[in-house]
Design a binder for this molecule. Sequence first.
Ligand code: UT7
Length: 331
Amino acid sequence: MKKTTAAITAVGGYVPDFVLSNKVLETMVDTNDEWITTRTGIKERRILKEENAGTSFMAIKAAEDLLEKRGIEASEIDFVLVATATPDMPVAATAAYVASEIGAVNAFAYDLQAACSSFLYGMSTAASYIESGRYKKVLLIGADKMSSIIDYTDRTTCIIFGDGAGAVLFEPNEEGLGLQDEYLRSDGIGRQFLKIDAGGSILPASEETIKNKQHYVYQDGKSVFKFAVSNMADVSALIMERNNLTKEDVHWLAPHQANKRIIDATANRMGLEADKVMMNIDRYGNTTSATLPLLLHDYEKQLKKGDNIIFAAFGGGFTWGSIYLKWAYNS
Ligand code: UT7
């Protein structure tokens, strides 16, 4: 009997309308367009301004975009997985709300949190449910409202992050397309370098923590950069080697969009020319869990059935890894 693989059969995406440019950031903190552009590759990012709207607002839009494009009813979905580091609320899964709002009445739903690797890990989870034969339609959404946890007086973090959401549908495939291999890693040594100190079980929120701005993202950028650069390149090279893929065999690299310099180093290590590297960091910044599905959303029209795509991500925790996937359709 032929092995059932898990293929991506549709994508959707959403970014808020409001654009926060480097020029505007220059008026908010001591920074400049030249520094941000050369150090990160970011020109602008999107910020969700709607009142009382959280991550679910964007996740729902991305899911609705996908459903319309795929032409299926939400009631056909078995499982909704929301990869996010910024759930609507610390308790009450965002995914459950998203599933109900889009009309996925026959699905169960939960969130997955692995910082910037959330979506990558989510691909593994979603694909496993399909490969096992247990479910037929798994909706994986990567969404983050990073602006809700960023201190806009801290120039070391506020220039990096943006808001957005992307969604993919995983379905069974009998042609051997879809997820081929994965190499996922984590190392708790990294949690000191990229974290939010307060609001969790170690340090619950208090007047003191608010005063100290401990509810915002703290990042030791230099240290994270060092780990990210070597680890993302290592796992991408490893997955190529393990699957006997030459640089000619790889059609696309879909890398987490944290810093253009990290992306370039990964592509270099893989021997890939720039035209094989998906990139939208200049327009969206780092949208954490949304970077990978937003890349697919932006590049969907250029992807061909059978294309070999290497996904790679690195994030807080530390968490990182790579996934090798064969694209399953022409659009
Ligand atoms: O997605 C999750 C994982 N996250 C990442 O992968 C992020 C990894 N880290 C990075 O991308 C980079 O480390 C940053 C973009 C965060 C920072 O770039 P960097 O080249 O590592 O800069 P740096 O922290 O070494 O700072 C260099 C200088 C410092 O000044 P001095 O000490 O040399 O005088 C900073 O104070 O740049 C200064 N600086 C800034 N200057 C203008 C820091 N932020 C800014 C800024 N504008 N926004």
